[in-house]
Design a protein around this ligand. Structure first.
Ligand code: COA
Length: 356
């Protein structure tokens, strides 16, 4: 019999020591660079948290380097071949980021590649909308510049704060699949750009970073709070998973869902689909609890990501690339941590085939 990943006993094996973030799945607690995610999102901007992650990984990064990285990436946009023509934003990102030439200086490359992910994702979204790329402003904050590069307009302070809250919240999250992919590549002695390209590939999948677009599709299909129960019941009866619900580590509600929900309430207007999202979440949680009382399945970060990114004005095709725009801070810090260990990651497999 072929053992599944979860029955193999390999889940939960400690793959690395890290000073970057701590995920407590039972308590629903997330600590990033020594701070609870709740306090961090109230006070810090994305660049502050990226710098804290890099510092915790032993990298001293010039505070101006992220803005300079965006400018450098924008200058390279015309030389990306057909990368920006890809129909999928993550394909564009993977191909575009692969063009960044590593200098070999991790403290330099971490900011360059982090700047590049934002610029390439924004340029891809503009191209899809038939619009020219917007040049970055290195003096703006990363969140403000991202919104401007995508929409072409200067965002108001509330939207920038909400964007920052999102970018900070998902900047790092323990040994998730894409971070592990980045660390495996780094552990071979390869370069940080290759590690980030591998991580982008891992993040693309719907079980990791690809859920928020489908969450918004679900909210659109449900339409009103009253429509939640029949729609969700039909999905479950058809054997489909409810996007934005469940998590490999959290057995309670993902703390990031609460942070993003709070950031949404601070946003003006009616925060888009927030009331509908709350109704769908509570109905989904109840139905999943009835089906599987033994397996807590609560809202994960993707649930309110969809609502928040939509409310700040990003197109849903850009949701997963926006996850990468934030997580690249964590990836590059993990690469530095892994490189510092000097150890190759080489997990074992269990042979279940025939013997000669
Ligand atoms: N909707 C319905 N059922 C779900 C579910 C969901 N969102 N998530 C898990 N389950 C069910 C599974 O069908 C399984 O039931 P079974 O044992 O009867 O087959 C059980 O719960 C355990 O699922 P499992 O696949 O072992 O959990 P996991 O830890 O591997 O999965 C996720 C974690 C995130 C991959 C999973 O919850 C999921 O697919 N969620 C939807 C996608 C999503 O939101 N991804 C973003 C993650 S941040």
């Amino acid at each position: 019999m072929n053992p599944t990943a979860s029955s193999s006993g390999l889940d939960g094996v400690v793959a690395a020591d890290t000073a970057l973030s701590h995920v407590d799945g039972a308590l629903g607690r997330l600590v990033i660079a020594g701070h609870d995610v709740e306090t961090l999102t109230e006070t810090a901007r994305f660049e502050d948290v990226a710098a804290a992650l890099w510092r915790a990984a032993g990298l001293a990064v010039d505070p101006a380097a992220l803005g300079a990285g965006r400018v450098e990436a924008a200058e390279r946009l015309r030389r990306l071949g057909d990368a920006l023509d890809a129909a999928d934003g993550m394909d564009a990102l993977r191909a575009g980021v692969a063009h960044v030439a590593p200098t070999g200086e991790l403290a330099v490359d971490a900011a360059r590649v982090t700047g590049a992910v934002a610029v390439i994702a924004a340029a891809w979204a503009r191209r899809r909308a038939g619009l020219p790329a917007v040049a970055p402003d290195p003096s703006a904050s990363h969140a403000a510049d991202l919104l401007r590069m995508v929409t072409g307009e200067v965002a108001d302070a509330a939207r920038v704060r909400a964007m920052d809250a999102y970018l900070v919240t998902v900047s790092d999250h323990g040994m998730n699949a894409s971070t592990f992919a980045a660390r495996v590549v780094a552990s071979t002695g390869s370069d940080v750009v290759s590690a980030v390209v591998a991580a982008i590939g891992a993040l693309k999948g719907p079980l990791h970073g690809g859920a928020p677009g489908p969450v918004l599709d679900m909210l659109d299909a449900i339409g009103t709070p009253d429509g939640a129960e029949p729609w969700l019941r039909a999905e479950l009866a058809a054997g489909r998973r409810i996007m934005g619900m469940g998590h490999r580590i959290y057995r309670v509600r993902d703390p990031r869902a609460a942070v993003l929900e709070r950031a949404l309430t601070a946003l003006d207007a009616d925060a888009g689909r927030l009331p509908l999202a709350r109704a769908v979440e509570s109905t989904a949680a109840r139905l999943l609890r009835d089906r599987r009382p033994d397996r807590p399945l609560c809202a994960n970060v993707e649930f309110y990501t969809a609502v928040l990114l939509d409310a700040v004005g990003l197109p849903r095709t850009l949701f997963t690339p926006t996850f990468a725009i934030a997580r690249v801070a964590g990836w590059t810090a993990h690469v530095a941590e892994q490189v510092a260990t000097g150890r190759l990651i080489r997990p074992a497999s269990r042979y279940v085939g025939a013997m000669p």
